[in-house]
Write a protein that binds this ligand. Sequence first.
Ligand SMILES: [Zn+2]
Ligand SMILES: [Zn+2]
Ligand SMILES: [Zn+2]
Length: 220
Amino acid sequence: MRGVTGTSDPWRTVQNGYEVLGWFEGPPWRDTKGRLRRRLRVKFWHHVVWEQAHGQIPKGCVIHHKDGNPLNNDLANLECLTNAEHTRHHMGARLRARFDGERKRCARCTTWRPVADFGRDRGDRTGLSTYCLECARTERKTRYHRLHPVPAPPRRPTFRDDGTHRCFGCGEWKPLTEFGKVRSKTGGVASLCRPCARAHWQAWYRRKRQRHFFGTPARS
Ligand SMILES: [Zn+2]
Ligand SMILES: [Zn+2]
Ligand SMILES: [Zn+2]
């Protein structure tokens, strides 16, 4: 086995289509079963090349292969891009229609929102949920209510067997003769008793006259 005893020189191999630099770090040790163990370190070769020329890769940045060939690790072929720039670079048109690296279009409200407005979804290519957080919350709620429908509260009856009707204005039970006749309504009478109806229409007429002579009051 390479480098089990003593120090080993770093080596270069191709791993998952990328050239990498591997080396063992620190002295070897024996595990509980007596086997010799070493700490293996691996680094992308294109990172090594770029760092030799420019220093440490800034945080949140990616070293991109300009010609698209990950094995062409010529310094001239390497470019330091921010994560957002890099994502944009590799995105197809369909993905670009809903994501630009910094903002994403919510599939529900269809507005472009900053990445921070989305939850995480590792199954999506953008790593973000399809719906914005707000929509996701609404969607969860509607789904819950669809599964657990709340029955509408029973309507309080407004007619009694003794021939009285509850006025919508004052709330009092009065005989049907105390109400104006309205053919279109259930029971054939108005919802307001005569005094309430008079007050209502007087107020309505006052407001109408006010508007006619003085115009709609400006809202400040
Ligand atoms: Zn790239
Ligand atoms: Zn939304
Ligand atoms: Zn009334």
